[in-house]
Design a protein around this ligand. Structure first.
Ligand code: HEM
Length: 279
């Protein structure tokens, strides 16, 4: 059986549409990642400029120049040490997560990718355990509901990191990639929360928020900080694996919206939350 020109054209059209949809999906993902990387770099900068500098100078009490719940507490050597380890490891885990997602590192320096991966997962695990201890052991929270919500984030980090590590050890690399992406988003839950607060608060003038992070908007934002990125990731993975150009375009549109919101939140976070402590 021979193919007519019309047959070839009808087959080429869907293939071209799929290629175009793949390109849109890739471009939207890259746009989101670039904006997120800038925002995460600003977060790292603030941590080094504020906590890093004060710690190196031995002026631990100055941690609290930035509004935090407890930070430095006179006489609480163990709590202060845990806090210092937690905030300084935040730099390692945030930078490590970013490096894992840079394609050129994965393809050109696979050994570096494997080592930063190990450091990322061990640090993420240690940070989630340390965060749980700070929350409940020290204790440090504004309200029980906010403590519960950040703890849920901590358990997700633990679960996703273990799964990603196991799958890498079993050489099931496609499944490993999925768990690693989930771990990356869960680890950035605290960063997403700050970004989300800086979108919501200025746009709504703080509707549904209170000083104990237990207003209806606070609760929704704390949950959304990890549930929403994880939900978008699941849609992205399905669209990427699927063949429907329509689904790929829809997820690309969602990622474009996420890019705009993330950019707004990053600008808000840099101007309002971190800027004063970045110099
Ligand atoms: C792994 C990702 C995490 C990162 C990057 C991170 C980062 C940070 C940073 C930068 C601070 C300093 C506060 C500030 O200046 O904003 C902090 C404090 C804190 N974090 Fe985390 N954190 C993470 C996970 C967690 C988890 C999962 C929990 C709870 C289960 C947690 C609980 C706390 C507590 C209780 C404080 C002390 C707040 C205070 O004393 O005011 N963190 N974290």
């Amino acid at each position: 059986m021979t193919m007519t020109d019309t047959d070839l054209l009808t087959q080429a059209a869907p293939a071209a549409a799929r290629r175009a949809a793949d390109l849109w999906l890739r471009r939207a993902t890259q746009a989101w990642f670039c904006v997120a990387a800038i925002g995460q770099a600003a977060f790292i900068w603030m941590i080094l400029a504020h906590y890093g500098r004060k710690t190196l100078a031995g002026d631990l009490a100055a941690w609290n120049d930035k509004p935090i719940i407890k930070g430095y507490v006179a006489g609480d050597a163990l709590g202060n040490l845990q806090f210092a380890v937690h905030v300084l490891l935040a730099v390692v885990v945030t930078l490590g997560g970013l490096m894992q997602l840079v394609p050129v590192i994965r393809s050109r320096a696979p050994a570096l990718h494997r080592w930063t991966g190990r450091v990322f997962f061990v640090t993420a695990f240690a940070m989630a355990m340390g965060g749980l201890w700070l929350t409940w052991g020290r204790p440090t929270y504004l309200s029980l509901v906010s403590a519960g919500l950040v703890s849920l984030n901590g358990f997700l980090i633990l679960g996703f990191s273990v799964q990603a590590w196991r799958m890498a050890a079993m050489r099931r690399l496609a499944v490993h990639r999925r768990w690693a992406l989930r771990a990356y988003l869960a680890v950035n839950g605290v960063w997403f929360l700050r970004v989300a607060l800086m979108v919501w608060a200025p746009l709504t003038r703080g509707w549904g928020m209170d000083r104990t992070l237990s207003g209806p908007a606070d609760i929704a934002l704390q949950l959304c900080a990890y549930v929403l990125p994880l939900a978008v990731l699941e849609l992205y993975l399905r669209a990427q694996d699927g063949v429907s150009p329509r689904a790929k375009h829809a997820v690309a549109g969602l990622l474009a919206l996420a890019t705009i919101l993330t950019a707004l939140g990053v600008v808000g976070a840099v101007v309002i939350l971190w800027g004063p402590y970045m110099l």
